[in-house]
Design a protein. Structure first.
Length: 620
């Protein structure tokens, strides 16, 4: 959409609501960790106060300007939000003696800074409880900045989450975490400089903080819709919404305050059915159905709607319309994709046919594709039903990308000839075609300098025109990668967020080893390790056979004897798993004893592959 058309459609509602109720703004938008490193910088978005330049989409510029508003905001008396301290909001509900914290951001440093800013204005109320609305890191990672884990363990502070929360938080952030992390850097533009030619926001918020993210396991799990809990006099009535924006998610009503909190199920952008960083495909049909249920359950009992991102919606009629339009967006996405799928179209073909919502839905700012685009969501719905294969036999057993690219380039007369033709297409504005054809050159000859520069310029232009913040970041991050020296494009290794280790079960931690096992290298091994834990007492056996590592809880049936018996307490195991000590150091310190084959554990550990933290994306 053109900048002029966006300007014509504008009204003052969002601009007014984004600052409504602001109690105060922080003197500095910068948050640092204990070592002085910047983990959040909201000041870097000050350029958004200027008119939108040619290097950005005017609609995304408008959205980012609204998202950059920071401070403490009063929603209604007793309900406040910290906004602009991270990509997500932290909501605070005052109770009889303290405050209930909802969604404590990504990083402990940001959550602590937000809570301190609230206390400067509202007094030093203790935290009486914590609520995680869903299983994404930006809604639980900062919990250590608002509560002490010892207080939670002692039962003094409840931590409330929806059913399935811990399982899905682990699945998304630990098991597949390393692969997602590399793509998340592209999606959130974390390596881009903020500015008119770089990062301007991701639509859902301005970016992600880079502090310490942890996890405290829930003490109270919401198991059913209609369940009610009272924390410090704050009544909450819950609606479970599994399989919507997250596999484990919930909305809830504060009936005494007449505030409806809808987590991330409704926000001021069309959301993702499949994020570009990777995740399980979400259920757009269920998402729409749950929003219908939300309207039925709560709309006539609420006067204000707040979310885990963006600004509130005031007024019963306004919030009902907002929920209905959000519902219709996901329903239209699902139903029309399936309709055309059943006509024989593939996901890519459907995305070309359905390029926008029908009027009047298309005129609603909050269903614009700032974060989730109609294009990639259509492909996600198709993937959910039909999988990766589009049914064309030519696509059933394709060559891998590098070999395919080499053959394409050879067929087309060589890399130089392809680049010359692509340059003419670039001048003609055929950017999508240039990106496709030059990609073949780069996968055939990654060091072809002319191809790298042409593709980088193509990505820049595609990024500058993108209304979707994550598309912009992907394109501009790709351009950045292509212009990096080869030494800076190397793969580096690391792992998942190890601060989460204490919250995970032993079985979940062993599963992280299972997905790191080099199966081909391990195929010739047979091992059985019995783990006897104390504090608390527990028994697990790891069985390695056929290139598969299988954790077994409890006693193992059969006559096979363990190659080694390992005895340790859970705290030592956590230190090993988080990298704060090694198994050999624990043995030397007497914290881990091994009975039997002392080389069995080192042999197993030697078969584990260190996951990549960064890897090339725009290049092979």
């Amino acid at each position: 959409m053109s900048a002029q058309l966006d300007s014509d459609r504008d009204d003052s509602t969002d601009a007014r609501d984004a600052v409504r109720g602001r109690v105060g703004r922080p003197e500095s938008g910068i948050v640092r960790n204990a070592a002085g490193r910047v983990v959040w910088d909201n000041e870097r978005w000050s350029f958004l106060e200027q008119p939108c330049p040619d290097t950005a989409n005017a609609s995304l510029w408008r959205q980012s300007r609204l998202n950059a508003e920071d401070g403490l905001f009063e929603v209604v008396p007793g309900v406040f939000q910290i906004r602009g301290f991270d990509i997500s909001n932290m909501t605070l509900v005052e109770g009889e003696r303290g405050v209930v914290v909802i969604d404590p951001l990504i990083s402990e440093e940001c959550a602590a800074a937000g809570l301190e800013f609230y206390r400067r204005h509202r007094g030093r109320r203790p935290v009486a409880g914590v609520v995680y609305t869903h299983s994404h890191t930006d809604h639980f990672g900062g919990v250590g900045g608002v509560v002490d884990e010892a207080d939670v363990a002692a039962g003094r502070i409840p931590v409330i989450a929806p059913a399935g929360f811990l399982e899905h938080a682990v699945s998304e952030n630990v098991v597949a975490g390393p692969a997602m992390l590399g793509r998340a850097r592209y999606m959130y533009g974390s390596q881009l400089a903020a500015g008119p030619e770089g990062a301007i926001g991701v639509g859902l918020g301005q970016g992600t903080s880079a502090g310490r993210a942890g996890l405290i396991a829930p003490t109270d799990v919401v198991e059913r819709t209609g369940a009610e809990l009272v924390v410090d006099g704050v009544r909450m009535v819950f609606q479970l919404t599994p399989g919507t924006e997250a596999p484990s998610e919930m909305n809830f009503l504060l009936p005494d305050q007449r505030v409806l909190l809808v987590a991330e199920n409704a926000s001021h952008t069309f959301h993702n059915v499949l994020t570009l960083r990777g995740a399980q495909v979400r259920d757009a049909q269920a998402w729409a159905a749950y929003l219908t249920e939300t309207i039925q359950l709560f709309a006539d009992r609420a006067e204000v709607l707040v979310g885990s991102h963006h600004w509130p919606t005031w007024g019963r009629a306004e919030l009902t319309s907002f929920l209905a339009e959000q519902r219709d967006a996901y329903a239209y996405l699902h139903d029309q994709t399936v309709r055309l799928m059943n006509r024989g179209l593939t996901g890519t073909e459907i995305a070309e046919e359905l390029q926008e919502f029908p009027a009047p839905l298309a005129d609603s700012w909050h269903v614009r594709g700032y974060y989730g685009s109609l294009s990639h969501n259509i492909k996600a719905v198709y993937q959910r039903y039909m999988g990766w294969f589009d049914g064309n036999p030519a696509h059933l057993w394709q060559l891998p990308p590098v070999e395919s690219a080499q053959r394409y380039v050879d067929f087309m007369g060589g890399a130089d000839r392809v680049v010359d033709k692509a340059r003419a297409s670039f001048e003609a504005g055929e950017l999508r075609w240039v990106a496709e054809v030059v990609n073949h050159v780069l996968f055939a000859e990654p060091d072809h300098s002319a191809a790298r520069e042409l593709q980088a310029a193509t990505f820049e232009q595609l990024g500058y025109g993108a209304e979707n913040g994550t598309w912009r970041n992907f394109y501009l991050s790709g351009a950045r990668e292509l212009r990096q020296p080869p030494a800076e494009r190397r793969i580096t290794t690391g792992g998942w967020n190890q601060a989460m280790v204490p919250a995970l079960s032993i079985g979940q931690l062993f599963q992280t080893w299972a997905v790191r096992l080099d199966g081909p290298a391990a195929a010739g091994y047979q091992l059985q390790l019995r783990w006897e834990f104390s504090a608390p007492a527990d028994v697990w056996t790891l069985r390695l056979n056929n290139g598969v590592l299988t954790p077994v809880h409890g006693e193992v049936p059969g006559d096979q004897q363990a190659d080694a018996v390992l005895r340790l307490d859970r705290a030592v195991f956590d230190r090993i798993m988080s990298g704060r000590t090694t198994s050999s150091d624990a043995v030397a310190a007497g914290e881990l004893t091994v009975e039997g084959d002392a080389e069995a554990l080192p042999a197993l550990l030697g078969l584990l592959e260190e996951p990549a933290r960064t890897f090339p994306i725009a290049l092979p």
